[in-house]
Design a protein around this ligand. Structure first.
Ligand code: C5P
Length: 313
């Protein structure tokens, strides 16, 4: 028979053992506590801390078009001046409606949540990738986003081999494999019509597929306006493909690492896969200097990590 003191001792001991057990369970560890109070499941999440950054991100419209989303007329009116689009808002809406008879009604990506931890490599086309040996590092990310005529064949050591997403528009389009998401950046209604045509079977002969139709995503023109105004303070005629891709990645990823951004010594946007012919190109209609300054600021604020590559050219 146990005395009363003995019984109390046994109960207290059992309570202590239970408490130690609970506190040392993985879900009760300190890191898990922080994870539970955090916006994602990574060690560090993009949207944690820094109110200015939180505000910048939360002010964004839907990044992608979908069957139910309607681009506001104000955003359309801004967008139609980017490349002198003459056709009306109603024609734009009909075209978008037709697109979603073919493509996934909602964009195929995982929405942000406290249980998501997605690492992304955003790969621009800068010549600074040449000789960088970043290939393995780039391939290590869950998502690897490339753009325009950015290629891997022959450049694997420096740029890697993996492409989960490829951003393009008709003038910069390349054929993609069956597992790569085609991310269309439409600059005019013709770009949307081009996408429709590219996936519509022709009467005489099979359709030449440029990508898997179930992996097509279309940037919302309103997102371009938002990047132009909220990120770039209206500098440049409109944001570059690379800068918009970086802003977009903030909505698709929890950790963003950036490669292949930065002009050559003369201030030209050169490419790792070709010799620059037009030495007066600079950064085209984009505010390349301002965009690069912002990228550096994001790096300093530890929102992204910028890998600067080799600035030998
Ligand atoms: O030249 P292209 O538009 O295909 O390059 C993709 C993106 O990479 C650009 O829109 C720009 O943001 C970025 N870039 C850069 N520095 C370079 C070349 C491209 O920052 N030298």
């Amino acid at each position: 028979m146990l005395s009363t003191i003995g019984k109390i001792w046994v109960v207290v001991t059992l309570l202590c053992i239970t408490a130690i057990g609970l506190l040392t369970r993985p879900s009760w560890s300190l890191s898990a506590f922080y994870r539970e109070s955090s916006s994602c499941a990574c060690r560090k999440c993009l949207t944690d801390g820094d109110p200015w950054f939180g505000e910048l991100i939360s002010g964004a419209p839907k990044p992608f078009l979908s069957r139910k989303y309607v681009t506001p007329e104000g955003a359309f009116n801004w967008w139609k001046h980017v490349q002198n689009e003459g056709r009306p808002y109603s024609f734009f809406n009909t075209t978008v409606h037709n697109l979603f008879q073919i493509f996934p009604p909602t964009p195929p990506f995982i929405e942000s949540s406290p249980s998501r931890c997605i690492t992304c490599a955003v790969v621009g086309n800068s010549g600074n990738l040449k000789g960088s040996h970043y290939g393995a590092l780039i391939d290590y990310h869950d998502i690897v986003i490339r753009m325009n005529r950015g290629r891997t064949k022959g450049y694997e050591e420096d740029v890697g081999t993996k492409t989960t997403h490829h951003v393009m528009y008709p003038e910069s389009a390349i054929n993609l494999g069956n597992t790569t998401h085609l991310v269309l950046f439409p600059f005019k209604i013709n770009d949307l019509l081009w996408l429709l045509r590219s996936f519509t079977p022709r009467e005489n002969g099979p359709v030449k597929t440029i990508a898997n139709k179930d992996l097509v995503m279309i940037l919302n023109p309103g997102f371009m306006k938002y990047v132009h105004e909220n990120w770039l303070g209206k500098k440049g005629r409109y944001p570059s493909t690379g800068f918009m891709t970086l802003a977009l990645s903030m909505h698709m990823c929890d950790e963003v690492n950036v490669f292949g951004f930065g002009a050559d010594r003369d201030g030209n946007w050169n490419h790792y896969f070709e010799v620059l012919r037009n030495k007066n190109y600079r950064t085209g209609p984009h505010s390349g200097t301002h965009e690069y300054e912002l990228i550096q600021q994001l790096h300093e604020h530890k929102k992204i990590q910028l890998f600067r590559g080799c600035r030998s050219q």
